[in-house]
Design a protein around this ligand. Structure first.
Ligand code: ADP
Ligand code: MG
Length: 211
């Protein structure tokens, strides 16, 4: 199975809807662990992507993904704008010249996005951030394709690993980001960025599975 530009546009629209629908949940999580703006930041960013769909749909896949990263970076004020922006831009760099994507491309994009976030934010797994979703999800995806699972299966395995990673942030104390400055370091609350990153993996995986 191959991923086309139309697939990517559909996934981006579905991510925007998923974020839009979870206003209260994400706002509550960021109010408990940060300053309460993570939902508003992400919603603004993905609304902008949807507004720009007509301009995005004429671009080749790498340029499209890069543009998404640049739009997120310029639209979102918080740290998540820089981090998600960097992730999409770095992911676009490992698929230069491609007009369709396969499972190997997806794996390399996840890895590059993860590396971008880690380099930019200087956080690592266990620090109670979005990394705690993406790190296990990316590793699981890679391991799945290395054992010859297909895209559909790898997406499912990756989604499950990302879900568990997201949940694991509940019992972590933050060492980076605003949650670090909370009296309890966010302990007992899932990290909001780990949830929005999971939404992206979930939406992608469900799209692939239903395609
Ligand atoms: P801000 O923290 O500037 O208010 P947001 O509320 O939009 O920005 O984003 C908060 C999320 O960003 C956190 O839940 C966390 O997942 C993620 N985050 C914050 N700092 C880092 C970092 N250094 N590395 C990775 N992710 C981070
Ligand atoms: Mg915030």
């Amino acid at each position: 199975m191959i991923i086309t530009r139309d697939d990517i546009l559909e996934v981006l629209k579905k991510i925007a809807t998923k974020i839009e629908e979870n206003r209260e949940y994400i706002t509550d999580l960021d109010s408990a662990t940060g300053d309460g703006d993570h939902w508003a930041n992400m919603n603004m960013g993905f609304k902008k992507i949807v507004d720009e769909i007509d301009n995005l749909k004429v671009l080749e896949i790498p340029e499209l993904i890069k543009k998404v990263g640049m739009l997120l970076m310029s639209t979102i004020g918080g740290s998540s704008g820089v981090l998600y922006g960097t992730a999409f831009i770095r992911a676009s760099q490992v698929i230069a010249g491609k007009s369709e994507l396969d499972k190997n491309d997806i794996s390399r994009m996840m890895e590059a996005g993860l590396e971008g976030i880690m380099t930019r934010g200087k956080a690592k797994p266990g620090d109670k951030t979005m990394i705690d979703t993406l790190f296990p999800a990316s590793n699981a995806f890679k391991a799945a394709i290395e054992s010859d699972l297909n895209l559909h299966e790898a997406a499912n395995v990756s989604k499950e690993a990302g879900y568990n990673g997201m949940l694991s942030t509940k019992d972590m104390s933050a060492t980076k980001g605003r949650a670090f400055y909370q009296a309890n370091k966010g302990l007992g609350h899932i990290d909001p960025g780990a949830v929005t990153l999971y939404y992206m993996i979930e939406v992608f995986s469900d799209y692939i599975v239903n395609k």
